[in-house]
Design a protein around this ligand. Structure first.
Ligand SMILES: Nc1ncnc2c1ncn2[C@@H]1O[C@H](COP(=O)(O)OP(=O)(O)OP(=O)(O)O)[C@@H](O)[C@H]1O
Length: 625
């Protein structure tokens, strides 16, 4: 086995135009990439599989939302204030670093054994916290305590040059909507907010039935401080996100039984605290039962994410689910796991999967006064005692006049304990006390203005804000990791590179090669191309003058799993050969048979091994030389 070499892979990616830096002849801009024909087809196939695996399989409600987002939406979600990373500048050469990445890099050098434990310890306690919690209001910037500060400065000192003090940097691209410049907007940093804002429509569309999920695929933008590692950290990328809405009182999943036996590699908090990096292998059923994973719905999605990634061609032994440490998690989140894929850049988060509780719907509802709730008809009415306030309209309005609204709004926001306290205050004050209005002024109120008493409430409808489980996929990170996982080099003299994509995912399914550019083959090439297109098999015709072997290896680098070769015998007896990329083995059969076999292979209904047991191997060395 030839050892992995990233430079060789990068050459293939460039040569076969999977992706390349955007605007390169102008010098390029870090973190911006263009996808070429192979990259586009690969991404389209990944997204197609994603749609089938999640949207269609789970009856999810897909939407395509606006990218440009008014500032007020992202202010409410917390992004305007908290979607930040910390950055430091090298005062000598001006290089800018993300503070947490720098610390991590330096730590990596210094700590060998207990690195993970130290990182876990550092997470969330200072600037290092910005690693993961910034977005979606996840970061709570915490002041460095003296010990951490000393540690931090000590670490930075090791980098050689002087560094500036860390400053917070918001990752959103700002813009103005319309010509006046008065309506501030941002390019969205995720698709999620658009989904939350359409919750009411989704629920209606779903005939008010719960649970259900919405889904969205689209571009997101993050002005990363120092984009690096190719597609893994870019400034514009495709996300595929799911928001699954669930009853907070019952997070069981109706289809959990279907996945409960699937074994995952989990790296829960306790293992990380111990400083270990080896995940445990455990069935998701057991993980939920033992409360390693908080609830069935979250567990269900971890298993479905696993199945999806494996289906794409990600290697199981290089896939793990890492639980966020408590201080990494947002204050409102119950549990959060990242699907991390190992590549030559290390273990990289490619899918985040968080239980975001009722946070998002609540904040948008509070801000807009739009009720983002579920109303459930109860089969048995709910009867309970409650302290309630009833306004005495005959007195309240006439006495408070134009201030009545501000006082009423304040009173109706009081919870039970506060109502009890108000009642007590009126008793102590002999029927008189003061309350603040929502306008901030103080008002005198009297006991005849309202009644506060215990009442028996009978409810026929339960109203609740659903919790949200959010699997969030970075398609570029998955695409690159997949390319690394399926990349290998043949151990022959020429060290030819191969990308072993599964047929469903590969950019092109079949290469069509005439033995040479002899005109005798033209009719057959034209006829076969038309028939393959009709079968929806993405083909590439290569009738260049290169040797057959050269043409095969060019397509091995594109990951094309099969090749049909037309030779002189084909013209005479209507047989062609079908070659498989990884084994380079071939069969020779009539065109009709080959097309049927190929169709079954590309739809992954049969495997090449099965084909080999059914049809004799065709040996014609010179073809493959
Ligand atoms: N700059 C980026 N470039 C490419 N993909 C990204 C980038 N930021 C996030 N993603 C992808 O979007 C997914 C969901 O975004 P999320 O906000 O959870 O990421 P994140 O925690 O901010 O990532 P990181 O900590 O690596 O910056 C990630 O799992 C990742 O696959």
């Amino acid at each position: 086995m030839v050892a992995f070499n990233r430079t060789t892979l990068e050459e293939v990616i460039k040569k076969r135009f999977f992706f390349a830096p955007s605007f390169q002849i102008y010098g390029g801009v870090a973190g911006l990439y263009d996808y070429g024909p192979a990259g586009c087809a690969l991404q389209a196939n990944i997204l197609d599989l994603w749609r089938r695996h999640f949207v269609l399989e789970e009856d999810m409600l897909e939407m395509d939302g606006s990218i440009m987002t008014p500032a007020t939406v992202l202010k409410t979600s917390g992004h305007v204030d908290k979607f930040t990373d910390w950055m430091v500048t090298d005062t000598i050469n001006g290089e800018i670093f993300r503070a947490d990445h720098l610390v991590e890099t330096v730590l990596e050098k210094r700590l060998n054994e207990d690195k993970q434990a130290r990182l876990a310890e550092l997470e969330g306690t200072n600037v290092v916290a910005s690693k993961d919690k910034k977005k979606k209001n996840k970061i709570k910037p915490v002041k460095l305590d003296e010990n951490m500060k000393a540690e931090y400065e000590n670490i930075l000192a090791k980098t050689g040059n002087d560094l500036s003090k860390p400053v917070e940097f918001n990752l959103m691209f700002e813009s103005n909507i319309g010509p006046t410049g008065q309506l501030k907007g941002y390019l969205r940093p995720e698709t999620a907010q658009g989904q939350f804002l359409n919750f009411k429509r989704f629920l209606e569309f779903n005939n008010d039935k719960m649970p259900f999920a919405s889904a969205s695929i689209g571009r997101s933008f993050r002005n990363e401080i120092s984009p690096r590692s190719g597609l893994l950290r870019v400034r514009e990328f495709t996300m595929a996100e799911i928001e699954h809405y669930v009853d907070p009182n019952n997070k069981d999943h109706p289809r959990f039984d279907e996945v409960k036996d699937i074994k995952l590699h989990l790296l829960p908090q306790n293992i990380q605290v111990e400083g270990k990096t080896n995940p445990i292998e455990i069935s998701i059923g057991e993980a939920v039962e033992k409360k390693i994973v908080d609830n069935q719905t979250l567990g269900y999605f971890l298993a479905r994410i696993h199945l999806f990634l494996i289906r794409l061609g990600i290697k199981n032994e290089r896939l793990r689910f890492r639980q966020h440490m408590p201080n990494e998690m947002a204050h409102y989140a119950c549990d959060c796991w990242d699907a991390e894929i190992q590549s030559s850049y290390g273990w990289i988060e490619c899918v985040g999967c968080a239980d975001r509780s009722a946070y998002d719907l609540t904040v948008h509802s509070n801000r807009t006064k739009e009720k983002l709730v579920v109303r459930e008809n109860l089969s048995e009415p709910l009867v309970y005692e409650k302290t309630v306030l009833e306004i005495n309209k005959k007195v309240f309005g006439p006495k408070l006049r134009q201030n009545a609204k501000a006082v009423e709004d304040y009173l109706f926001r009081l919870d039970e304990e506060q109502l009890k306290a108000l009642k007590k205050a009126l008793e102590v004050g002999n029927g008189k006390t003061t309350v603040p209005g929502t306008d901030g002024k103080e008002y005198e109120v009297f006991s005849e203005f309202f009644n506060i008493e215990r009442q028996t409430i009978t409810e026929y409808v339960r109203e609740y804000t659903p919790n949200v489980i959010e699997p969030s996929f970075g398609i570029g990170r998955i695409l690159y990791s997949l390319i690394e996982h399926v990349f290998w080099v043949r151990e022959d003299d020429e060290q030819r590179a191969v990308l072993s994509f599964p047929p469903r995912v590969s950019p092109f399914k079949c290469l069509l090669v005439p033995l040479s550019n002899n005109p005798a083959f033209s009719d057959l090439v034209r006829d076969l191309s038309a028939r393959l297109r009709k079968l929806s098999i993405a083909i590439k015709v290569d009738d260049s003058s290169n040797s057959i072997g050269r043409r095969y290896s060019r397509n091995d680098e594109l990951g094309t799993p099969f090749a049909i070769t037309i030779d002189f015998q084909s013209v005479n007896d209507n047989t062609v050969t079908l070659r498989e990329r990884d084994t380079t083995k071939q069969i020779r059969e009539k065109v009709d048979t080959i097309l049927q076999v190929l169709k079954n292979l590309t739809e992954e209904e049969i495997t090449w091994d099965e084909v080999m047991t059914k049809y004799p191997v065709f040996v014609q060395q010179e073809l493959d030389s």
